[in-house]
Design a protein around this ligand. Structure first.
Ligand code: DLL
Length: 458
């Protein structure tokens, strides 16, 4: 067996592709590699305590459970979670700001809020124990990517109410990394800091990481010789083609990590280097279910549907059966990395981001998948939905790659026709295509906004 020095650029990936997983660290092997029966027993014990805690401390849950005629004593198996009410965003909004809190504010040591753009935000709180659990969950997922205590980690998430910044910060620091709290924005400064401080780990949304990559290339920065070796991404879908491109162009290993404010923030699940399109769920802290997004009916393991999460040891805000709206499927089969924790497929779509165009369902991820196979365009795109002559009109703006860009009208028209034919064929609805010059699609320092829907609502 070859020995790898995984603090060296590329060695974690080389070890993983050679199947030498015992050379990659596991932060909490006693939890992450526990046998399935042990995980289920631990989950049941925690679920019973958490349901009792929510019932005793949150009036909202007491009322909901009383109305359903369910008592905490009815939870005698993991399947009994199905007796409990669902929780959705509306419940957290209606009780804004602290109506769902189970503890006195004196016990809360930090607040965060969702990144919602409309209406009231959702505010969540954490006790000291909640923060400890959160940091442990993060330390685990960063080690899945091969991050070590000796790493220097540069934060490109914002440090505001968004859970991404501080969440990753505390977890990386708990592992022992040197944190470089650069924050979001000022892309050129990020590149300078990577070089000056010998940054080895970058934390960002994948779309902002691509921006950092491009700006570095424009400045003549040599990513191959850069100290950077790991990218920790999350906060938005990371299409496989985008991840591959970032790994190749920046010469780093990237993992994509999932979470949401309402149940904790980042740290719910993270990608290991064995299954690059899935993420291990921190099952000792989250009970998962997959339900039919329309009926709420619980689906068997392996089915594709909406992820529902019940955090198992939240103190400040216990949340029962949270409807994430994220679509995925879950498996508990063995993983080559050695972890026994269930794996969820990467979230590519939400049930509420489906567009209905002249009666046909269209997901932005379908458009992404078509564009990724067209070599003349970049992964950057934007979708505009309007009402024209009383009808839905869908325009896909896609950015041409510098090497494919020319001032020949015919050449550009041929690319446009190719993109349109592929999109029409997949989406089964007529699409307008607009080719945009390289760099023409707006880049943001946070989550990318892919859709503008300005249809008449009448
Ligand atoms: O985005 C938490 C987070 C921050 C996760 C940083 C990972 C890294 P919210 O702002 O509440 O929380 O948004 C949560 O974003 O329901 C998903 O729809 C989406 N999302 C988050 N991470 C991923 C991911 C944070 N890796 C919502 N892949 C979730 C796909 C993601 N979607």
């Amino acid at each position: 067996m070859t020995t790898y020095d995984i603090s060296k650029k590329g060695d974690a990936l080389r070890a993983a592709s050679a199947g030498d997983f015992d050379q990659l660290p596991i932060y909490m092997p006693e939890m992450e590699c526990m046998d399935r029966a042990g995980i289920r027993a631990l989950q049941l014990e925690k679920l019973q305590a958490q349901v009792r805690y929510a019932y005793d401390h949150v009036a909202y849950y007491r009322d909901e459970m009383d109305a359903l005629g369910v008592s905490p004593d009815d939870i005698t198996s993991l399947e009994d979670v199905q007796l409990l009410p669902f929780t959705d965003k509306a419940a957290l909004r209606e009780t804004f700001p602290f109506g769902m809190f189970a503890v006195d504010m004196d016990e809360v040591i930090e607040l965060h809020a969702s990144s919602g753009t409309t209406g009231k935000p959702i505010v969540v709180g954490y006790t000291r124990d909640d923060m400890d659990v959160w940091s442990d969950c993060i330390a685990r997922l960063v080690q899945m990517a091969g991050v070590l205590p000796s790493d220097r980690a540069q934060m490109a998430f914002g440090y505001g109410m968004f859970t991404g910044g501080f969440g990753l910060h505390y977890g990386l620091q708990k592992l022992g990394c040197a944190m470089i709290p650069a924050g979001s924005g000022n892309t050129e400064r990020h590149i300078q800091m990577i070089e000056d401080y010998g940054t080895t780990v970058l934390i960002a949304t994948p779309s902002y990481a691509m921006r950092i990559c491009e700006v570095g290339e424009q400045l003549g920065y040599d990513w191959k010789r850069s100290p950077l070796r790991v990218g920790l991404f999350g906060g938005e879908p990371c299409p496989p083609a985008l991840k591959r491109e970032l790994e190749e162009r920046m010469h780093i290993v990237c993992t994509d990590n999932y979470g949401l404010t309402e149940v904790m923030g980042p740290g719910v699940s993270g990608e290991c280097l064995a299954h690059r399109d899935q993420q291990h769920i921190a099952e000792d802290h989250f009970l998962w279910e997959i339900v039919d997004p329309d009926t709420g009916e619980v689906l068997p393991e392996g089915s594709f549907g909406e992820l529902v999460l019940t955090p198992l040891d939240k103190q400040a805000i216990p949340v029962l059966r949270y409807r994430t709206h994220d679509l995925t499927r879950i498996t508990t089969s063995a993983c080559a990395c050695g972890r026994t924790l269930a794996r969820m497929d990467k979230v590519r779509a939400r049930c509420d981001d489906m567009l209905i165009i002249r009666g046909t369902n269209v997901f932005p991820s379908q458009i992404e998948d078509v564009l990724k196979d067209i070599e003349e365009v970049t992964p950057h795109y934007h979708i505009l939905v309007e009402t024209i002559n009383g009808m839905d009109a869908l325009t896909v703006q896609t950015e041409i790659r510098p090497e494919a860009f020319s001032d020949s009208f015919e050449a550009m028209n041929a690319i446009k026709a190719k993109v349109k034919a592929k999109l029409d064929g997949t989406l089964l609805v007529g699409v307008q295509v607009q080719l945009v010059e390289p760099g023409g699609i707006e880049r943001t320092a946070g989550k990318a906004k892919h859709v503008t829907d300005v249809r008449d609502k009448a």
